[in-house]
Write a protein that binds this ligand. Structure first.
Ligand code: ADP
Ligand code: MG
Length: 590
């Protein structure tokens, strides 16, 4: 039985069912399925925004209103064609979403949803109060849409326009998420890591915000030409909350969850509106109370919504289990061996009154491994953060490839050819190992989200994945390409971070405790890999506690204690340095 239901067959049956529905179903059913399609388009945008990007918006109904009012006004008052007004609506939506996104997407925590409530309400009152938009009465007499001379006046005919639009939106969204651009979008919640891989997180939040707004605008345009009149009511904050509920209930991280959520909420609402007043013996919008309670239950019991639970009963599409060979990506010029790649000059870092780094100096050359050691809390990770721009230095100068970088952010520094791993792994646990590592190669691709939505990025995508697979192979993780990162032991996850850093083709590699959690043989393989990279001319700066590992690999060692320089020299010199021995044997936890 299960074999009969494959994902492809399920999709074909669904589309076939949709295609036949207007021919046989009652008018009431066609109407409700039309509204489900319109709502699903808006909540698809919210799946992107909330489920993928981690940004909550209560204001999407306002963008639906923009699309609806733009066409209502321009077709009735200025005789424009609906296709022209669709374009105008989308241009207006782009401008409005960019302006609102620019202000609200910089807000953090609870301020962002509050911001969306604010503009959601403002736009709603605009629709009600602008002269010429008909006030509370709205605008009627909106013409039907004309498609190749065919007038789509009936809701049965328009059904096909609505659902074809929705399916196209779902498929292109799926394509986009399965690409370089999609990987960046899916990493937005891990902002520090994502920026350190050279990805402009604000830009991707803006893109998601704009796409979600466009989906809402198109839904509004469709709505206006289905209904043939508009008034402000359907674009209120209450409706915005309902759209969000659809996305959360369906599954905020699954594109089909939007369709499920819209369907479930629409039928539930119909049913509750019928029954609750009878049960309670009074009239009112009681369904909103039930929706509110359900939201809380879903958030507690099924954070990812209902769709992933349903999917357990349907066989899943097999992931491709092989990476196609492709041309290698172009590489950066390697600096001359022995030339100074990184210079840290008198760098101080303060956290309030705590001086975590005090006038630190260090140099790393091309083709050498420099080790930074010191007891826990000495300030090693802090220095890494200063160098990589994750948390800028309070004072001092840092030069990378001859350029001052202490004022640059981690994204700009990554572009110059520095890449790093983190002491506490920062991986996207739900993505595969291969996808995580491909994020490191982000800067080596160019194709944008429109190209990936339309699959015009496949050649580049193959090259990026091939690069990621190659780096994983080198790091000894070739067997784990398609495992989710969360399923790997912590030691291996650290190696995934190294492969991710290598995918960026760095000149300087910063590794914060790369051997922690590794077994003996794994440590030896890692040391061999790092020695090989050094042989290729890479500059490596690493923090490590395993002294055998450090002393066997490093060309020079710098010792820190209490945020201060303690000693520097060849491994042999450090091993016999009395100050170092005292620091390590003097009872400090190591
Ligand atoms: P190490 O990596 O050498 O173990 P760290 O650089 O992590 O040490 O920490 C050095 C000191 O700075 C510690 O005392 C730590 O508590 C403090 N510290 C590190 N990060 C922060 C921060 N973000 N805010 C305040 N104090 C910090
Ligand atoms: Mg540390």
């Amino acid at each position: 039985m299960a074999a009969l239901l494959t994902p492809n067959r399920a999709l074909i049956a669904f589309v076939l069912g949709l295609a036949l529905l207007p021919l046989f179903a009652a008018q009431f059913t066609v109407t409700i399925v039309n509204y489900i399609g319109l709502a699903a388009l808006v909540s698809l945008g919210l799946v992107l925004l909330t489920g993928i990007g981690g940004l909550t918006s209560f204001g999407q109904a306002a963008f639906v209103g923009l699309g609806a009012y733009a066409t209502a006004y321009l077709t009735t008052r200025h005789g424009m064609s609906p296709w022209g007004t669709l374009l105008v609506g989308m241009v207006i939506t782009t401008a409005v979403s960019l302006a609102l996104g620019f202000i609200t997407l910089r807000l953090s925590g609870h301020f962002l949803p509050l911001g969306t409530i604010a503009w959601g309400i403002s736009l709603y009152y605009l629709f009600s109060n602008i002269n010429g938009l008909g006030g509370a009465g709205g605008i009627d007499g909106i013409p039907p849409v004309d498609l190749f001379g065919l007038e789509l006046g009936s809701s049965r005919a328009f059904f096909y326009v609505i659902w074809a639009t929705l399916l196209a939106a779902i498929i292109t969204t799926q394509n986009m998420l399965d690409s370089r651009e999609g990987r960046a979008m899916r990493s937005l919640r891990a902002m520090t890591m994502t920026e350190a891989m050279g990805i402009n997180t604000l830009r991707y939040r803006m893109v998601l915000f704009m796409i979600a707004a466009q989906f809402a605008c198109v839904s509004g345009w469709l709505y206006a030409h289905l209904q043939r009149f508009v008034n402000p009511t359907p674009f209120s904050l209450g409706q915005g909350i309902e759209y969000l509920f659809m996305a959360v209930l369906g599954g905020a991280a699954a594109v089909w969850g939007a369709v499920f959520g819209a369907t479930a909420v629409s039928f539930l609402k119909e049913w509750l509106q019928d029954w609750l007043p009878r049960l309670l013996g009074a009239t009112g919008n009681f369904e909103m109370v039930v929706f509110g309670l359900l939201t809380i239950i879903v958030l507690h019991r099924a954070r990812d919504g209902v769709w992933p639970i349903l999917m357990r009963f349907i066989p899943q599409r097999e992931l491709a289990k092989a990476v196609e060979p492709a041309l290698p990506l172009p590489r950066r010029d390697v600096p001359e061996r022995g030339s100074e790649v990184l210079q840290v000059i008198n760098v101080t870092k303060r956290f309030g009154g705590l001086v975590a780094n005090n006038r630190m100096n260090l140099t790393v050359r091309a083709g050498e491994v420099m080790a930074l050691i010191g007891p826990n809390g000495a300030g090693k990770s802090t220095l890494f953060n200063c160098i990589s721009g994750v948390s800028p230095a309070s004072e001092g100068e840092i030069r990378f490839m001859g350029q001052r970088i202490e004022g640059l952010g981690s994204r700009a520094i990554a572009k110059l050819g520095m890449s790093r791993s983190f002491q506490h792994v920062r991986l996207n646990q739900d993505m595969t190992v291969l996808e995580n590592v491909a994020i490191g190669a982000h800067l080596r691709g160019r194709k944008n989200f429109v190209q990936s939505a339309w699959r015009l990025d496949r050649e580049e995508e193959r090259r990026l994945l091939w690069e990621a697979a190659h780096q994983l192979q080198r790091c000894g993780l070739g067997e784990h390409l398609f495992d989710t990162c969360g399923s790997l032991p912590l030691g291996k996850q650290r190696i995934v971070e190294i492969a991710r850093a290598l995918s960026s083709d760095p000149t300087l590699l910063l590794l914060d405790e790369p051997a922690a959690g590794l077994r003996h043989l794994e440590k030896r393989a890692l040391a061999e890999l790092l020695a090989k990279l050094r042989g290729e001319g890479m500059a490596i700066l690493l923090v490590e506690h395993d002294m055998d590992f450090v002393m066997g690999l490093a060309d020079r060692v710098l010792v820190m204690e209490f945020g201060e320089y303690l000693a520097e020299g060849l491994p042999k010199e450090i091993q016999t340095n009395p100050k170092v021995l005292e620091a390590y044997l003097g009872g400090v936890d190591e």
